[in-house]
Design a protein around this ligand. Structure first.
Ligand code: PRP
Ligand code: ZN
Ligand code: MG
Length: 213
């Protein structure tokens, strides 16, 4: 009785505004942007947790949160035991390989024996294996685009949305390896009450999406 759905959202970043907007359109009110990391809705049995996006699949797997909104890129990379229950259609982006703008590019084989900096070692590793390319992957958690200019790697593999981060770091996109959008993920072991609340939420989300099409 009186379950409250715990929903994990990105604290600040590419997904945040669109995620907040989605709940607003669903008529679910809560405060955010006050620096608080938790907020209870005033009109729906939900508590919102504001977290780093990379941590969200783990929290949902562990049941600390029942639901979460993340990019498919993060969900696939972290490989947690969570259920994808709905595609949300916003925060579209791609995971791409990029190299310094002045460098020639003949194809993926140019990466043979090279160093690639990324925050997505699993997605990149499987892609390179699939393509039969041997390269060294350097995992870094942020500011990946700086790697070539400081001599850490010849190429990077990172998220591209508008392309402005690549541009301002003198890089050009040469290969897209994964396409992503925001998704709603769920803990697979929710009790019946939480499942029922999730259904109510999904019903509203689908209505909001239908009204836009
Ligand atoms: C990605 C990526 C770049 C930026 C690219 O970060 O790491 O920093 O977005 O976007 P642009 O092409 O519009 O410039 P993300 O928002 O996924 O956040 P995080 O790496 O901090 O988790
Ligand atoms: Zn992140
Ligand atoms: Mg980033």
């Amino acid at each position: 009785m009186n379950s409250v759905l715990r929903i994990a959202l990105q604290k600040s970043g590419r997904l945040s505004e669109d995620s907040y907007q989605l709940f607003k359109e669903c008529g679910i009110r809560f405060d955010y942007g006050t620096g608080k990391l938790k907020s209870i809705s005033s009109n729906f049995p939900a508590e919102f947790l504001f977290l780093r996006d990379d941590d969200i699949p783990g929290y949902v797997e562990d049941g600390v949160a029942d639901l979460g909104i993340v990019g498919e890129n993060v969900a696939v990379e972290t490989a947690r035991q969570v259920q994808t229950i709905h595609k949300l259609g916003f925060s579209k982006c791609r995971l791409s390989i990029a190299i310094p703008r002045g460098t020639d590019w003949a194809g993926l084989s140019d990466l043979e024996g090279k160093n690639i900096a990324t925050s997505y070692p699993n997605l990149l590793g499987s892609y390179l294996a699939e393509q039969g390319v041997q390269a060294t992957i350097h995992e870094i958690s942020g500011s990946v685009e700086i790697a070539p200019s400081i001599g850490l790697a010849e190429a990077v593999c990172d998220i591209v949305s508008s392309g402005s981060t690549l541009l301002s770091n003198g890089l050009k996109e040469v290969e897209t390896i994964f396409r992503s959008e925001a998704i709603l993920i769920a803990n697979p072991q929710m009790n019946n009450e939480r499942q029922a609340l999730t259904e109510q939420l999904l019903f509203r989300i689908k209505a909001v999406q239908a009204a836009k099409n």
